[in-house]
Write a protein that binds this ligand. Structure first.
Ligand code: ATP
Ligand code: MG
Length: 450
């Protein structure tokens, strides 16, 4: 945290790197995210240093340390100091941008002010050294106090240079609970289609960080047109008004509330973002002209998979989100047997997540009068699921007290029949009609199959 007398505590490695560069006659400052986070009272997760030393100077000055040529073309050398990795970058100014993402060329040997000028937002364009205190040519400090994300310079030009900055702006606003300054916000709306030039993986990475922020819901509502660029279905979610008792709100408002209501982990936040994504396609009216919906969970799961695949999300994450979306409104009795059956189908942890997170968040984001009652019910299901996990209840073949070998040893012919017998045994154990105990299970097989 930067104190009243303008000092910031630097990590050991960062201080060492700055001091070493200064001793060798160069300028050096901590810069970017670490200064921003210190001003916010957050311990920085890493420290970057900016210097007038050129990459070859940096390598020479730190010849007794391990260095890595992280991005030598862009002037970045990583110095390993005291177990920390400090990214040291030469003051740099960026040439023309050609592809909405990367500068055609970069030039070194410019001033600190020019280096700060190429950075995206005022809150990220501050530097610090013990000698000079905070260097803040664009009013980043005031913007932090006013909780504002504002472009350095002309927003249209800056988003035109690098469209990823559009999502970085939304991500910083979501994570820190900031607003986006008016001109910057207008420019984001105007330039959103430039995101088409950005690699899917980069969009996905910013999207998940944005979704895990504390103000994700506000950002979804304020910038759904931007989301529509890479998730076209969002547009229809904005247009659909849910008239039913439990809602009386637009679908996008329900989605935004549901995202905020779930624990901030990527798979959970993505599941809530996409849980009702097919609902607009499932809308119709009944004979009394009342709005109604055909089952939308499975179609939403299918579309969620398509969207996440197009964003090149990791396949394990896609598989889990698909399950969470498909079962997001799974109805069952608060009863061990039914919950065990679900565990058999989708796994124990996913079952627990359906009750303790997904269904809870979905209901929390509704308006109906019996909301509390429904939440209580879901809570009971979550408690049962947790207890079954704690008791290590048998819900899969691997938990059964007998295996294929045991069945064959009884004289059953090797082959698919063995699997079928195990399946029947597991169902009966789950239903509570057979004890999961080796002798009991073998006896049942002998009686019925031998
Ligand atoms: P975090 O590491 O939490 O994402 P950060 O601000 O450290 O936040 P980095 O991506 O590590 O973000 O970038 C370090 C600094 O480089 C930023 O603070 C900013 O000054 C500058 N920067 C990063 N990406 C861009 C960009 N796309 N355009 C302009 N400047 C950028
Ligand atoms: Mg960083």
């Amino acid at each position: 945290m930067i104190t009243m007398n303008n000092t910031m505590s630097l990590s050991y490695g960062c201080k060492f790197v700055i001091d070493t560069l200064l001793k060798s006659g160069f300028e050096a400052y901590a810069v970017g995210g670490c200064v921003r986070d210190s001003l916010l009272g957050i311990v920085p997760k890493d420290y970057d240093v900016t210097t007038n030393a050129l990459p070859q100077d940096i390598k020479r000055v730190f010849s007794s340390c391990k260095t890595v040529d992280t991005g030598i073309k862009h002037g970045t050398v990583s110095v390993i100091a005291g177990g920390e990795i400090i990214e040291v970058t030469s003051y740099r100014s960026d040439g023309k941008y050609l592809d909405c993402r990367r500068p055609e060329s970069v030039s070194f040997g410019v001033s600190l002010d020019e280096d700060l000028m190429r950075r995206d937002f005022t809150v990220n364009a501050m530097a610090y050294s013990e000698k000079t205190g905070v260097v803040d040519p664009f009013g980043g400090r005031a913007d932090i106090e006013n909780k504002l994300i504002r472009c350095v310079g002309n927003p249209d030009k800056r988003f035109g240079e690098d469209a990823l900055r559009i999502l970085r702006a939304l991500r910083f606003a979501s994570v820190y609970g900031f607003s986006i300054e008016n001109d910057t916000a207008k420019s984001i709306h105007r330039n959103k289609s430039l995101l088409k030039h950005i690699a899917a993986e980069r969009i996905f990475s910013e999207l998940t960080r944005l979704l895990c922020g504390s103000s994700a819901g506000d950002i979804i509502l304020g910038f759904c047109d931007v989301f529509s660029v890479f998730i076209p279905q969002v547009e229809q979610c904005r247009e659909l008004f849910l008239c039913g008792e439990n809602h009386r709100q637009t679908l996008i408002s329900h989605i935004a509330r549901a995202v905020d209501a779930v624990y901030p982990k990527p798979e959970l936040r993505l599941a809530m973002l996409l849980h009702d994504i097919a609902k607009p396609l499932c809308e119709s009216t009944d004979e009394n002209s009342k709005q109604c919906f055909s089952p939308h969970s499975k179609p939403s799961a299918v579309i969620a998979r398509e969207i996440l695949t197009s964003l090149k999300a990791p396949s394990r994450l896609i598989a889990q989100v698909e399950i969470l979306v498909e079962y997001h409104d799974f109805k069952c009795k608060a009863d061990e047997r039914e919950i065990k059956r679900l565990m058999r189908k989708i796994g124990r942890q996913n079952t627990l997540l359906i009750f303790s997170e997904i269904r809870r968040a979905d209901i929390t984001a509704q308006n109906g009068a019996d909301k509390e009652h429904r939440l209580e019910y879901i809570n009971r299901c979550a408690e049962i699921a947790q207890r079954l996990i704690d008791e290590n209840a048998c819900v899969s073949l691997s938990g059964l007290a007998v295996n294929g070998g045991d069945i064959i040893a009884l004289g059953v012919k090797e082959g698919r029949g063995v699997g079928k017998i195990l399946d029947v045994l597991l169902n009966r154990v789950i239903d509570g009609t057979l004890e999961n105990e080796k002798e009991t299970l073998l006896k049942a097989v002998k009686n019925e199959y031998i």
